[in-house]
Design a protein around this ligand. Structure first.
Ligand code: FAD
Length: 294
C-alpha cells in the first residue's frame, strides 16, 4: 500500500513509527530485537531515515526491506538530496523498486557536519520539491507504479526559511509536484499544529498533514534537538523538565505524560494519525500508544 491508501477513509487513527539506521552491527542487532515490540503496537507502516553519508545509507534500504519482508508491514525509506547526483538517485530508486519499497519520505536533507549552508551536489537537486519532481519523472521514465511520497512540514517554520509564508509556499510547491502526504517536524504545542493546518488548507492543499511527535527522553536531549530544528519547548514542559533535573527517568516520565496528552488531543481534534520519532527505543512508545483510542 502507498501512503494515501492508509488515510483514504481511515476509520482509525493511522499510527506510524520512524527509526534510524544504526552506525554499527551491534546497533542493527538491537534494532532487530526491538522491532517485535514496536510491531506489537500495530503501526500502519514504519519509515527509516536517511543518513548524511556512508554506510548508514545502504542500511536505510536494508532496514526498510527487512521490516517489509520479515513482518509483512509496509515501509517507507527516507531519501535526501545530499551527496547524490540525479543518476545516483535513479540507481537508489531502482534499488527501492527491486526491494519492493513503495513509499518514500522525500527531503532536501541537512548540510553535512561542519557546513552551515546546504550546497546541492554536482548534477544533483537543491530542494525537496525537485526531489518529488525527480521521483515522479523517474516513474514515467521506467513506466513504473507510482511511489507514495511524503514530504516534511514545519508548523513553527523551517529554520532557514525567511518567513512562515515563504515556507508555506514551499510546502505547496512540494505537494503540487506530486507529494501525497505531509509529515511534520516535531513540536510540543498543539496550537502550532492546528494553526499550521489552517494556513496550509487556506492555500488549497488538501493532502493529510500528519503530526510528527518526539517524546522527550531527557532534558538535555530535547533542549539540543529543539534548538537545532527551531522547535519551541512550552514553559510548562520546560518547568517540569527543569524540576526533573538530571534524573533522566523522571524526565522520561514527564515526556511520556506530555506526549500522551498531546497525542490524545491531536486525535480528538481531527489529526489523521500520528508519526512517532521513536529513536530506536520502544518502552516509552508503548506507554504512549497504549493510551490512544484505536
Ligand atoms: P525543503 O522543503 O527543500 O526546504 C528547505 C528550505 O529551503 C526551507 O527553508 C524552505 O522554505 C526553503 N526552500 C525550499 N524551496 C525553495 C526555493 N525554491 N527557493 C527558496 N527557498 C526554498 N534529514 C535527513 O538528513 N534525513 C532524514 O531521513 C530526514 N527525515 C526527516 C523527516 C521529516 C518528517 C522531517 C520533517 C525532516 C526530516 N529530515 C531528515 C530533516 C530535513 O532534511 C531538514 O529539515 C532539511 O533542512 C530540510 O528538508 P526539507 O525536505 O524540508 O527541505
Amino acid at each position: 500500500m502507498r501512503f494515501s491508501d492508509y488515510f483514504a477513509g481511515a476509520r482509525r487513527p493511522v499510527i506510524s513509527f520512524e527509526v534510524f539506521p544504526p552506525k554499527d552491527d551491534a546497533g542493527m542487532e538491537r534494532l532487530r530485537d526491538i522491532l517485535p515490540e514496536l510491531l506489537a503496537l500495530q503501526p500502519a507502516y514504519m519509515t527509516c531515515t536517511y543518513g548524511a553519508m556512508g554506510t548508514t545509507r545502504s542500511r536505510t534500504l536494508e532496514i526498510a526491506s527487512y521490516i517489509r519482508k520479515t513482518y509483512n508491514l509496509e515501509t517507507a525509506s527516507h531519501l535526501t538530496c545530499v551527496g547524490s547526483s540525479r543518476a545516483e538517485l535513479d540507481q537508489i530508486l531502482d534499488q527501492m523498486r527491486t526491494l519492493g519499497i513503495r513509499n518514500i519520505v522525500a527531503l532536501r536533507g541537512d548540510p553535512p557536519k561542519g557546513e552551515t549552508k546546504f550546497t546541492p551536489p554536482a548534477d544533483g537537486l537543491a530542494y525537496a520539491n525537485e526531489m518529488v519532481e525527480h521521483i515522479r519523472a523517474f516513474e514515467k521514465k521506467r513506466g513504473a507504479e507510482p511511489f507514495g511520497i511524503a514530504v516534511g512540514g514545519y508548523p513553527e517554520k523551517h529554520v532557514d526559511a525567511p518567513s512562515l509564508e515563504a515556507d508555506l509556499a514551499n510546502l505547496k510547491r512540494k505537494v503540487d509536484a506530486g507529494a501525497d502526504l505531509v509529515i511534520t517536524q516535531l513540536f510540543y504545542d498543539n496550537a502550532d499544529y492546528f494553526r499550521y493546518v489552517e494556513a496550509v488548507r487556506a492555500l488549497g492543499v488538501t493532502v493529510p498533514i500528519v503530526p510528527g511527535l518526539l517524546p522527550v527522553l531527557s532534558a538535555r536531549q530535547i533542549k539540543r534537538i529543539a534548538s537545532l530544528c527551531g522547535a519551541r519547548i512550552p514553559a510548562e514542559l520546560l518547568q517540569q523538565l527543569d524540576a526533573a533535573g538530571d534524573d533522566d527517568a523522571k524526565a522520561e516520565r514527564v515526556g511520556i505524560d506530555w506526549c500522551a496528552a498531546q497525542s490524545k488531543d491531536l486525535l480528538a481534534r481531527g489529526a489523521p494519525g500520528i508519526h512517532y520519532y521513536v529513536l530506536n527505543k520502544f518502552a516509552h512508545v508503548q506507554q504512549i500508544v497504549k493510551q490512544l483510542p484505536r
